[in-house]
Write a new protein. Structure first.
Length: 130
């Protein structure tokens, strides 16, 4: 087994986990997910499932970086790399989702009144600070 390729797979799996979790769970992508779900329910489900998304992200990353774990047939080698990447990515995504605690809403308390200082205008016509 190629140890450099294994290291690449592990690094790419962490990247795939981060990308797929961000796309499927981050608040900033919620409007995009809703828009996609309205257009096509299948793609909407894809964009709301970190495990599902990690497959597609894994395919793209393996197509770009081409880490080969075993050497049999090029296409089969890439598929094996993708599924190893997805397996590691699923573990990492699971840990991210377990450890992530959404921000709790803090009761909005009124801020203490702070005096607003305003500069008084000078009545002197020769003053440059009007």
């Amino acid at each position: 087994m190629n140890t450099i390729a294994l290291f690449q797979i592990i690094v790419l799996a962490f990247a795939a986990a981060a990308i797929s979790t961000t796309i499927t769970k981050a608040f900033i992508f919620a409007p995009m997910r809703e828009w996609i779900f309205k257009r096509n329910e299948w793609f909407g489900e894809l964009f709301s499932c970190p495990y599902c998304m990690s497959h597609w992200v894994g395919f793209v990353l393996v197509a770009i970086y081409r880490p080969i774990l075993v050497e049999m047939c090029f296409v089969i080698d890439l598929l094996i790399s993708v599924f190893v990447l997805v397996a590691i990515s699923a573990i990492v995504s699971g840990l991210i989702l377990k450890l992530h605690k959404p921000h709790e809403k803090i009761a909005e308390e009124p801020l203490p009144a702070t005096p607003v200082t305003t500069r008084k205008r000078s009545t002197d016509p020769n003053s440059i600070m009007n």
